[in-house]
Design a binder for this molecule. Structure first.
Ligand code: CMC
Length: 428
């Protein structure tokens, strides 16, 4: 490939260098485009062809179905690592030694108490509030209780903010669930591992000792790892762009949670389960819903299918599908929803509409089935996604701040009215 990309506009030729990644991905560096061409910009709605940054964190190849965090294959991480090790490697670049991991977890535990006044904020929400809205608000509110976390002028400041949020976020996650279920807000125990502690905080009844079920713990660990990062997706780009204005980490994360909430992004896991339930209630006729998904006059989409980047298969979906089978079998649960999901998948994989558009099951297609088997209410599914994505958001924010990236500020092509005369209100 040539070293230089050439752009011809009329008689003029402009040259731009290529940028190459370590996996040979190629981009044209157009930093000088507007200045050199005296005003020409690029336009790319949805950023389908636009790289927003260089990043060392996550590599994915959508055509080959490859996903790696810091160079480690997702299949290996899901099988051999635990969530906290993965979080450490995403944030700091390498898998930790035992000493590094122990120190990291001790620092997180030291920050795992949430100001009791946060409970007053939770109490002000109606029980019907969607947990993602509550979580986003509480995460933003943490800034008020931890103002020193906003200015991160040194690596030490950054580290302190990171362990603070890793300590407090699971408490907020658990409290959004407990509020919904009318259970007293509690704390876990620092004697437990990170994931076990989240489970205890979420599920412990006030009148029963909580015993961690190892099947559920392993499945949750795996799900959190699979969700931990996914390079420049909608919520991560949100975190980076909000953080680029030097708003604090917690405010940036709160914005990321809101972005994740939408059904085209993380909210798909809730939407998938609601769709499967609706199909079941409607007599289980998957063909009817396949037809609706293909009908361009029908807004219905097959939730949990398709991905902006994966055009072959989503490697996370492969792992989750196997995990869903195992968890349901190990817990002795027969869920008719699983049969409907399998049926839809088979039909879609053999249907030219889905095959031609390269639409395959994504990470969210089977995750809800596992969450349901764990006893997690449907409205909490996207909150679980947020818990998993937290280390990825943090890693991406840290990278953006450490690289001193400029404030994110896209341009536009204005298509509105030209200058016109102001008309007094009585004459309009
Ligand atoms: N059901 C039916 N048709 C679909 C679907 C679907 N789930 N997804 C895409 N299409 C069609 C779409 O109508 C379009 O058809 P045509 O070319 O005839 O106009 C074509 O496939 C391309 O779709 P697109 O919307 O241009 O693709 P995109 O890259 O902008 O969107 C997506 C990707 C994930 C938003 C989309 O596939 C979708 O809405 N899927 C359902 C929601 C979902 O499961 N989201 C979770 C994504 S994975 C978790 C995460 O990382 O957030």
């Amino acid at each position: 490939m040539a070293d230089i990309a050439k752009l011809q506009i009329g008689e003029d030729t402009f040259e731009f260098p290529f940028v190459k990644g370590t996996e040979n991905e190629v981009a044209i560096d157009i930093k000088t485009l507007r200045g050199a061409t005296k005003g020409v910009i690029t336009i790319d709605p949805g950023y389908k062809n636009t790289g927003s940054c260089k990043s060392d964190i996550t590599f994915l190849d959508g055509e080959k179905g490859i996903l790696r965090y810091r160079g480690y294959a997702i299949e290996d991480l899901a099988e051999k690592a635990d969530f906290l090790e993965v979080a450490y490697s995403l944030i700091f670049g390498d898998l930790p030694s035992t000493e590094q991991l122990d120190k990291f977890y001790a620092d997180i535990k030291a920050q795992s108490v949430v100001d009791d006044d946060i409970k007053k904020i939770i109490d002000a929400f109606p029980k019907t509030a969607h947990p993602m809205g509550v979580l986003s608000s509480l995460t933003s509110a943490l800034t008020a209780f931890n103002p020193s976390s906003v200015n991160v002028d040194s690596e030490e400041d950054m580290y302190n903010s990171i362990v603070k949020i890793l300590g407090k976020f699971p408490v907020l996650v658990a409290w959004t669930l407990r509020k919904k279920q009318g259970l007293p807000l509690n704390y876990g125990s620092t004697s437990l591992g990170y994931v076990e502690n989240v489970m205890k905080m979420m599920f412990e009844k006030p009148n029963e000792e909580y015993v961690v079920n190892p099947i559920i713990k392993d499945a949750l660990d795996k799900l959190l790892i699979l969700h931990a990062d996914h390079e420049q997706n909608c919520s991560t780009s949100t975190v980076r762009i909000v953080g680029s204005s030097h708003a604090g980490l917690f405010a940036s994360l709160s914005a990321g949670i809101s972005a994740l909430w939408g059904p085209l992004h993380g909210g798909a896991n809730q939407a998938v389960l609601e769709m499967l339930e609706a199909i079941k209630e409607d007599g289980g006729d998957t063909k009817k819903y396949m037809a609706k998904a293909k009908d361009k006059n029908d807004p219905f989409r097959l939730m949990g299918f398709g991905h902006r980047v994966y055009k072959n298969f989503d490697p996370r979906a492969k792992i989750i599908k196997v995990a869903a089978d195992e968890v349901l079998k190990d817990l002795g649960i027969q869920d008719p929803i699983l049969d409907i999901a399998r049926g839809l998948e088979q039909e879609a994989l053999n249907d030219p509409y889905f095959v031609d558009r390269k639409l395959y099951p994504n990470v969210d297609f089977y995750s809800g089935i596992i969450y349901r088997a764990m006893g997690i209410p449907v409205e909490m599914f996207t909150v679980m996604f947020a818990l998993g994505r937290l280390p990825g958001w943090i890693a991406q924010w840290k990278e953006m701040r450490s690289n001193k990236e400029p404030i994110g500020r896209p341009r536009q092509i204005y298509t509105g009215e030209n200058l016109r005369d102001f008309v007094e209100i009585e004459k309009r």
